[in-house]
Design a protein around this ligand. Structure first.
Ligand SMILES: Nc1ncnc2c1ncn2[C@@H]1O[C@H](COP(=O)(O)OP(=O)(O)OP(=O)(O)O)[C@@H](O)[C@H]1O
Length: 613
């Protein structure tokens, strides 16, 4: 068989693109000028210049607004036989059906452009190749079923029986749109299929128009379903069946009523044909822009029945047939416009595997187990990740707070020192009042107290004075009062900070304990319950913080900080020197937090060492 190499082997079949997007393949076929066209001296305006491009040869100025060249998967000139179009074009898509992949071959084009002529040949070659494949694959059991319908004046008709009653369309949740009571013949052999094809041809609505003596007045859909199972496993637990359908769709031709000189029945047919082709064009146009928009499949029976072939679970090829005649230029351009949109449409073909009940149960059990284990591992991974990240963030804050406490402690010590010095100098001045040059000494002492600061931050007047040897500008206050207030504030900040630190360390311990349950091996990067500076900035250092020693030390260091902070601060109502200290209220705590934040910010901005002051 010529197509043998193109039909994938049994093993490869199952690994064919499952759920993979693929654009509709579009082919253009140009027929030769027909007798009528030649008789009226029509000229051929189109030419296939290579395998992919068709050009409009006429260079009349009024035609320049249209593109002169169009490219597709393949183009076939007037001298290309149908066999070539089949072999080099649609064969691969049509034979996907033997591998369990749905496929559809459409012929689209204006009336008399060669659709029926083309589809007849394509169907014949494909059926022949399918039977050859079946013959060569004795290890599988094949069941072929055939059905055929036409959509005539928007009614669906069974082409395998003489009953002309219209068939209803039903929506099946699994199979999509289903034609109710459509005959499905199980094929005995190839000749049986050929007989049925002949019946369809005889049943199809044909009418004579001025453009085509035997114009197809309906859309015809020939449907071949192929099921296959490996003989070895038939009846066994492992038994699975591949099942897919190939549609051969010969659309009715678009026509202009004036050109087709239509009247009466033909006019009515023409309007139905044009309307459903219009919907097909709309569906294809919308699909070509993406599947997010509403796709009006339900606006015609044709698009409803072929929904899967248009953007669904199928591989699709469209053959656009064209007359080369200048008189048909408008229709030919419309065909090429449709073809250009169609090539942008993607479908999503899958291998359709039907399992035996036993195999299905086993498969479902396997999938369930897999999902359960995935969920478990996902749960533990995300839990570990979240708590580790949280822990890392909190550790950084703790480090920052510890730094801030050290900073505040130094500021407090310095402020105390400066105040002691100030008080001492005042005592000295008072004791010097007895001396003969008392007034001068007093002035000198007061000058020292009120010395203008060398550095003053207007937004934060007390902010940086401790960093130099100047006196701060305590606006409206006696310097001693100013120092007293400042010391109070520093101590309050220290106390709030120490409390927050303790709370944060407790939270971290709780996270550690929670994480411990999820992590099997403690990460080596965590020391003493805290990430080291380099580790903390290492984005990859997400490891387990669960080390017993670290937990204890965290707790201990937290208690230590709290004790230290409390030692710095006199209790409620206690007096320390002349500073009256009270417990910080919630409001105080809030303002302290603000102070803390601005302090941290300040520290980042000015990395100033107190050692030098
Ligand atoms: N590639 C071709 N080579 C030779 N003859 C062709 C070719 N294509 C079509 N023809 C002839 O042109 C005529 C019209 O073709 P056909 O009936 O297939 O057109 P159609 O597109 O199906 O028209 P309609 O939409 O009206 O049914 C037929 O006589 C057919 O034999």
């Amino acid at each position: 068989m010529a197509g043998e190499e193109l039909i994938p082997g049994e093993t490869r079949d199952l690994s064919l693109p499952s759920g993979q997007e693929e654009n509709i393949q579009v082919f253009v076929r140009l027929r030769p000028l027909n007798d009528k066209e030649i008789a009226r001296n029509d000229v051929s305006d189109w030419e296939c210049i290579n395998n992919n491009t068709i050009i409009f040869k006429n260079t009349l100025p009024e035609r320049s607004m249209f593109p002169a060249a169009y490219s597709f998967d393949r183009v076939f000139g007037y001298d290309s036989p149908t066999k070539k179009l089949y072999e080099e074009g649609v064969k691969e898509v049509s034979l996907s059906v033997v591998s369990g992949i749905n496929s559809s071959i459409f012929a689209y084009g204006q009336t008399s452009s060669g659709k029926t002529y083309t589809m007849r040949g394509i169907t014949e070659y494909a059926v022949s190749d399918i039977y050859n494949y079946v013959e060569k694959h004795k290890e599988r059991e094949f069941v072929l079923k055939f059905s055929a319908m036409e959509i005539y004046n928007e009614s669906v008709r069974d082409l395998l029986i003489s009953d002309t009653n219209p068939l209803r369309l039903l929506d099946d949740p699994e199979r999509g749109t289903v034609v109710e009571r459509l005959t499905e013949e199980t094929l005995r052999d190839k000749s049986h299929m050929e007989e049925l094809l002949a019946i369809c041809e005889a049943q199809r609505q044909i009418g004579e128009t001025s453009l085509n003596e035997t114009s197809s007045r309906s859309h015809q859909i020939l449907r071949l379903t192929i099921e296959s199972s490996a003989r070895e496993y038939i009846g066994a637990d492992k038994s699975t069946t591949l099942t897919a359908t190939v549609n051969f769709v010969d659309l009715a031709g678009s026509e202009r009523a004036s050109q087709a000189v239509s009247a009466g029945v033909r006019l009515k047919e023409g309007s139905h044909i044009n309307r459903s082709l219009l919907t097909l064009g709309k569906v294809v146009r919308k699909l070509s822009k993406g599947k997010n928009a509403h796709i009006p499949y339900r606006d015609s029976k044709l698009t409803r029945i072929l929904q899967n072939s248009l953007g669904g679970n199928a591989r699709t090829a469209i053959i656009c047939t064209m007359s080369p005649a200048r008189s048909q230029i408008e229709q030919s351009r419309n065909t090429l416009l449709f073809a250009s949109c169609a090539k942008e449409v993607a479908t999503n073909a899958q291998v359709n595997v039907v399992m035996s009940d036993k195999a299905l149960v086993k498969q479902l059990q396997r999938e369930l187990a897999k999902l359960e284990s995935e969920m478990k591992s996902l749960g533990s991974t995300s839990g570990t990740y979240d708590s580790t990240t949280l822990l890392k963030e909190k550790e950084l804050i703790i480090e920052q707070m510890e730094k801030e406490i050290r900073e505040l402690t130094r500021q407090r010590d310095l402020a105390e020192l400066r105040m002691e010095n100030l008080l001492q100098s005042r005592l000295d001045e008072y004791s010097a009042l007895d001396s003969p040059d008392a007034p001068n000494s007093l002035h000198a002492g007061l000058d020292t107290c009120n010395k203008t600061p060398k550095f003053q931050n207007s937004e934060n007047p007390e902010g940086d004075f401790v960093l130099d040897d100047s006196a701060p500008n305590f606006v409206g206050l006696d310097p001693c009062q100013g120092w007293e207030r400042l010391l109070k504030k520093l101590m309050k900040n220290l106390r709030v900070l120490a409390r927050k630190l303790g709370a944060m360390k407790q939270e971290n311990q709780a996270i550690n304990e929670k994480t411990e349950g999820n992590v099997f091996s403690p990460g080596p990067r965590v020391k003493n319950g805290r990430l080291s500076e380099t580790e903390a900035t290492d984005g990859n250092a997400v490891s387990s913080p669960c080390e017993g020693v670290g937990d204890i030390e965290t707790e201990e260091s937290s208690i230590k900080w709290e004790e230290e902070a409390n030692a710095l601060i006199p209790g409620p109502g206690e007096k320390e020197g002349n500073l009256s200290m009270t417990e910080a209220t919630d409001e105080d705590a809030l303002s302290s937090i603000e102070v803390e934040e601005s302090s941290i910010k300040r520290e980042t901005e000015n990395d100033v060492s107190l050692q030098g002051s």
